[in-house]
Design a protein around this ligand. Structure first.
Ligand code: URP
Ligand code: ZN
Ligand code: ZN
Length: 485
């Protein structure tokens, strides 16, 4: 079966799994869409792909990447070509990336720049959020143009003082505008003013190592910022969401707000479900206050710690259980990876102190496999919930449902055939990204992405990513639907 299918294709004998049900059935694809699901028999000349023992899932929707992003004096290792190849190999067929408006640019300038980066390069279908690195009063009007152009979600940063952080009155103005437009805003919730003060204090003490990254960004500062933004949004009854939620106490804040009627939803990431702050070592291991920046850069322990420098940082182990519980019970609605890749060698190793290490980690390729392994096979979430948090809820929230995120006649034929049988160990050389490490090195994975279809084209066949991938399509997002759990 080649990448481009001319006639119809029948996927037979698999467990068809959506967010609402699982059933043994066959799925017929034709003309890039799903045409039928049920007890189907092959038609004369029809291509048949046996899926016995496998799950037939909607293609994954990744809600959070930073591809080809200029940040902290460098640019991410993955651009749209490599980042979306990696996504596709891992069963993600739609990527929502953060188009970013830089200081001085209009919102539409930022969006147009991102279209140039992604167009003809992305091999998944893709849409954008629009990240605003500042607030200017004219943005209230410009946001309408952005929504008109098919981008219905924005992002504001409550951290990164001096480069991206916005203040509470600006958050109020932005939420007023997005609420009038029926759009949403994702918030990076950390108290940037206090983080800045803590970081300056540690640097003044000569504490330069990567250990101090998490030390200066405690979970209280995420909870506080999340509480603040949900309070502001409640005044306006505005839709908003918490991006990359990392801490149990922040989740409690979100639960409280939702119980009180807030239209807030939450995204978390595999790193906050599976990795904890022991990765940062101690002040004396790797990121030591006994070393200065140059020595840190030549220290392999310090370099290992730098792999986990992301914001928010990894949390203590008890947070992981709290987030899994939230994922299972509807406290958290979807999982994106915050794939923001910087090489250890040549990028993260160049920084002279913890505050200037490029923030971010890769993960887009392993999202489904990690969630299946540690969620479904680990007994923490059902297969249906797995689909809800990796595909359907995102499709609903970002206005792509039912074209994406489910398996229904008429939906795009974006399908993953997941074989739960094999077990394998993550090693970076098996991945398709363009960065020099993975935070999940050595993790055991249960099952594999066996086949992937994007709008009916078989782009992964028996675990092998096709060489002749066609460009993905830009997806105009519709109004957000926060009625998801
Ligand atoms: O460390 C991170 N997460 N880098 C990417 C930018 C962001 O805050 O999402
Ligand atoms: Zn962020
Ligand atoms: Zn991010």
């Amino acid at each position: 079966m080649s990448v481009v299918q001319s006639g119809s294709v029948l996927l037979s004998g698999g467990m068809v799994t959506t967010a609402s049900r699982s059933r043994l059935a066959a799925v017929r694809l034709a003309g890039g869409r799903i045409t039928e699901i049920g007890d189907l028999t092959p038609r004369p000349g029809e291509a048949v792909l046996g899926c016995h023992g496998c799950l037939i899932l909607p293609g994954g929707i990744e809600t959070h990447t930073h591809l080809d992003l200029e940040a902290m004096g460098t640019v991410t290792a993955d651009d749209f070509a490599s980042g979306t190849r990696s996504a596709l190999a891992g069963g993600t067929t739609t990527v929502l990336d953060f188009a970013t408006q830089f200081h001085g640019e209009s919102l539409m300038d930022g969006l147009r720049r991102w279209h140039k980066k992604a167009g003809g390069q992305a091999v998944t279908d893709y849409g954008f959020h629009l990240a605003m690195t500042q607030w200017r009063p004219e943005f209230a009007g410009e946001m309408a143009e952005v929504v008109e152009a098919g981008v219905t979600s924005f992002k504001l940063y409550m951290a990164y003082r001096g480069s991206m952080m916005v203040q509470d009155d600006e958050i109020y103005a932005a939420l007023s505008a997005s609420s009038r437009l029926g759009a949403t805003i994702g918030f990076h919730c950390e108290n940037g003013l206090v983080i800045d003060a803590l970081a300056r204090q540690e640097l003044a003490r000569g504490h330069t190592g990567a250990f101090y990254h998490q030390y200066t960004r405690p979970p209280d500062l995420e909870r506080e910022a999340a509480g603040r933004v949900t309070t502001i949004a409640r005044l306006l009854d505005a839709q908003h969401y918490i991006v990359h939620l990392s801490a149990g106490e922040t989740l409690e804040e979100v639960r409280r707000a939702r119980r009180g009627g807030s239209k807030v939803v939450a995204e978390t990431c595999p790193q906050y479900l599976l990795l904890d702050d022991s990765r940062y070592g101690t002040p004396d291991s790797g990121g030591s206050d006994k070393r200065d920046g140059i020595d840190d850069r030549n220290d392999s322990d310090e370099l290992g710690v730098r792999a986990f420098v992301m914001s928010p940082p990894l949390r203590s182990a008890e947070n992981l259980d709290a987030l899994w519980a939230g994922l299972a019970d509807g406290g958290i609605q979807f999982v994106g990876t915050d794939h923001c890749s910087f090489n250890l060698h040549g990028q993260k190793d160049q920084a002279t102190d913890f505050a200037s290490i490029p923030n971010g980690a890769p993960g887009v390729e392993l999202r489904l496999a990690l969630l299946y392994t540690y969620g479904v096979a680990g007994g923490r979430i059902s297969p249906e919930r797995f689909v809800a948090v990796t595909a359907e809820n995102a499709a609903r929230y970002f206005g792509l449902y039912p074209r994406k995120g489910t398996l229904l006649p008429g939906s795009d034929a974006d399908i993953v055939v997941y074989d739960p049988g094999p077990a394998w160990t993550v090693s970076h050389d098996r991945l398709h990204d363009n960065v020099d490490h993975t935070p999940y090195e050595g993790f055991t994975i249960r099952g594999r992405v066996r086949d992937v279809f994007l709008r009916g084209h078989r782009v992964v066949a028996d675990g092998v990513l096709a060489g002749d991938l066609a460009p993905g399509q830009f997806l105009a997002c519709g109004p957000p639907d926060s009625d998801i759990s």
